[in-house]
Each structure stands twice: as structure tokens, then as C-alpha cells.
Design a protein around this ligand. Structure first.
Ligand code: NAP
Ligand code: ZN
Ligand code: ZN
Length: 345
């Protein structure tokens, strides 16, 4: 066993506290990673607070894991000690089913999430990247292109792939009218990626103060959704909308902004169900869909794409002692635009 020092929640309201636990020994195909940085995704908060159903505690969150290889199993050929690597939202899948074969490991029935899943070897709950080390099978370890500020790459491991995968699937053309709803961790990366793909991006936000940032990030337009009547002039003008909002909001008002045959994809996962009027879809033959992170091949492709296009997350680096405060600020929309934990502090 390998002793790890992490940060865990004991209950939905306990906050995150230091927690020692064991990682499995490094197996033949495993990579032992010393964690340097881990992003705080809103999914960590939903999970810690049991907003998506009752979580298992103690819970060590974290699936935007960036670190250095400190040891490898004897069958590991692609990763050397000292290499900078990443781990995203899952750490196991069957490798054989149709989803795995397609590169959609996240939909494998045996997919094991980085935290809150069941380690297939140890038969114990998986624990995430809010910890000083992690042991992961080589199939789920990503290569990080050299020469980048690592704290700004970490969020790409979830926020990056979650927005890149649906945007790529949308087959955007130069000048496609794309809306990004919610300018948080996912949203700000989505703006950068969609703009890099050539889209004409509009940010839909509840926070008027984010307008200057939205433009700096690559958006051409900015709409404050709380302003009465703000969406009216936009009716029928968007090819595609990516909705990253983490809480309840009016989906029908957003659907109305789509052109005929336009599509809105939800990646934000609010706690409560939301109502969709059939007419929002029927009128204009619009489609509403969803998307869950992305497979390993797509994640590596996204990391390479972002390195080439110089896309990095805008981050606020914190010490582990500040996690509770960062959670509260994220929920309040007060984040620019991703908190990242420096595990060495
Ligand atoms: P985040 O940083 O908190 O950003 C969410 C943004 O949504 C906020 O900054 C805010 O932007 C907007 N918002 C919040 N409350 C709102 C409300 N009541 N009405 C309208 N807008 C509101 O969160 P994140 O880390 O980007 O994650 C966003 C969501 O995606 C979460 O639900 C998360 O669990 C989910 N997620 C899904 C996947 C997936 O695979 N599908 C992967 C990762 C995360 P403005 O201030 O601009 O309005
Ligand atoms: Zn996430
Ligand atoms: Zn599978």
C-alpha cells in the first residue's frame, strides 16, 4: 500500500479536512503520480454536498489532476518517471464493450470514476486528486504537451474535454453562431475553444460584471439573461448553444434563440429536473441534447489542440486550506474562472 495525504468531506456539510488513506501498490500497468495541481469542478461541489443523490463518505474529490510520474509498473512503456501527466474523470473501463471500442469509455457500463467509484483492483472507493498522490492504470493517463503553465492546464482535464467534445461534434463552421450559457469554469473554456474553432460566440450570463472578461476570452457578444427582454431580439439566431449552467434556469428562453434545426446541448447538471416545453422544440425543429465529458482519445486530442491554440484556463490558485471558501465562492459565481488547488502548499 502507498500512504496518501488528501482532503476529504465527511458529510455534505462537514467541509474538506485533511485525510490519510492508502492507494493501491503500483501494479504492472499502473502509473504512480505525485499530484501537483487539481482543479475544483462544480461537479466536486455537487458530489460533496450530495446534490446528485447521497454520496459515499469520506469523499476525496478531484478529477482535474495534474502531476509528475514518480514510478511505473513493469509493463508501462509510454510514461517515464519525471513526465508531466494528467488524469481526468475516470480511471477504469472494460476496454471491450461497444462504448470502449468507440472511444467513449465514459459510457462503458464498467466505467469507474476518479472519485466515488469502486476501485476494480482494491475493491475500495476511488479517491480523487485532492491528494498528494494517485495510482492509475496507464490507459487513463494523459500526456501533457510541454512548455505550459501546469496550474492552467489542470482544468482542461474536465472543463476542457467536457466542452471540446460537444463543440467538435457540432461540426461548427467559420462564423457559426454559438451561444455559451454560464461563464464559469466550463463556460470560459468553452468560449476559448469555440472561438478557436472559428465560431462567432455569444456569452449568456447572469453576471453583468463578466462582460469585459467575456470579450477578452474571445466572445463577440454578451447578453445578461436577467435583463427583462434581453433574449427577445436573439430569437431564432443561433446555430448551437452549449449550456454549462450548474443551477435551475429557464431552458425554454434559451431554446427560443436557436435557428430552425438549431441544437442546444446541456453539459451543466443542476440538482433539480427542469421543464422543457414541447413547443420550444417543435417550433423550429430544434434539438436538445446532453454530453458527458469525453473519451481518452478525445481528451488527448483536446490537450494537443489547446496546446497548439494556446488555450489555457484562467485560474485562481489556492492552498488546500482554502477549499471550503473556494466552494462557496464558486457557488456564488465568484470565480475567475477556475479554482486550482496547489497540493504542494
Ligand atoms: P461553475 O464554474 O460554477 O460555472 C457555472 C456558471 O453557471 C456560473 O459561473 C454562472 O455563470 C452560471 N450560473 C450559476 N447559477 C446560475 C443560475 N441559477 N442561473 C443561471 N446561471 C447560473 O461550474 P462548472 O465547473 O463550470 O460546472 C458547470 C456545470 O457543469 C455543473 O453543474 C457541473 O456539475 C457540470 N459538469 C458537467 C460535466 C459533463 O460531463 N456534462 C462535466 C463537468 C461539469 P454566470 O455568472 O455567467 O451566469
Ligand atoms: Zn468536472
Ligand atoms: Zn467498456
Amino acid at each position: 500500500m502507498i500512504r496518501a495525504h488528501g482532503f476529504a468531506a465527511d458529510s455534505p456539510t462537514s467541509g474538506l479536512k485533511p485525510f490519510e488513506f492508502d492507494r493501491r501498490d503500483v501494479g504492472a500497468t499502473d502509473v504512480h503520480i505525485e499530484v501537483l495541481f487539481c482543479g475544483i469542478c462544480h461537479s466536486d461541489i455537487h458530489s460533496v454536498r450530495s446534490e446528485w443523490g447521497v454520496s459515499q463518505y469520506p469523499l476525496v474529490p478531484g478529477h482535474e489532476v495534474l502531476g509528475k510520474v514518480v514510478a511505473t509498473g513493469k509493463k508501462v512503456k509510454n510514461f517515464k518517471v519525471g513526465a508531466v501527466v494528467g488524469v481526468g474523470c475516470f480511471v477504469w473501463s472494460c476496454g471491450k464493450c461497444a462504448a470502449c471500442q468507440r472511444g467513449d469509455e465514459q459510457f462503458c457500463p464498467a466505467c469507474v470514476f476518479t472519485y466515488g467509484g469502486m476501485d476494480p483492483i482494491r475493491k475500495e472507493p476511488t479517491r480523487g486528486g485532492y491528494s498528494d498522490r494517485i495510482v492509475v492504470d496507464q490507459r487513463y493517463v494523459l500526456k501533457i504537451p510541454a512548455g505550459q503553465p501546469l496550474e492552467r492546464v489542470a482544468p482542461l482535464l474536465c472543463a476542457g474535454i467536457t466542452t471540446y467534445a460537444p463543440l467538435k461534434k457540432a461540426k461548427l463552421k467559420r462564423g457559426s453562431k454559438v451561444g455559451v450559457v454560464g461563464l464559469g469554469g466550463l463556460g470560459h473554456v468553452a468560449v476559448k475553444i469555440a472561438a478557436a474553432m472559428g465560431a462567432d460566440v455569444t456569452v449568456f450570463s447572469t453576471s453583468a460584471r463578466k462582460k469585459v472578461d467575456a470579450k477578452r476570452l474571445g466572445a463577440k457578444n454578451f447578453v445578461v439573461t436577467k435583463d427583462p427582454g434581453a433574449l427577445k431580439p436573439l430569437a431564432g439566431t443561433f446555430d448551437y448553444i452549449l449550456d454549462t449552467v450548474s443551477a435551475e434556469h429557464d431552458i425554454n428562453a434559451l431554446l427560443a434563440c436557436l435557428k430552425v434545426d438549431g441544437e442546444m446541448v446541456k453539459v451543466g447538471a443542476p440538482e433539480k429536473p427542469m421543464s422543457v416545453s414541447a413547443f420550444s422544440l417543435i417550433m423550429g425543429r430544434r434539438r436538445l441534447g446532453g454530453s458527458l465529458i469525453g473519451g481518452i482519445k478525445a481528451t488527448q486530442e483536446m490537450l494537443n489542440f489547446c496546446a497548439k491554440k494556446k488555450i489555457l484556463a484562467d485560474v485562481e490558485v489556492i492552498a488546500p486550506g482554502q477549499i471550503d471558501q473556494a466552494y462557496d465562492r464558486t457557488v456564488a459565481g465568484d470565480v475567475k474562472y477556475r479554482f486550482v488547488i496547489d497540493l504542494k502548499r
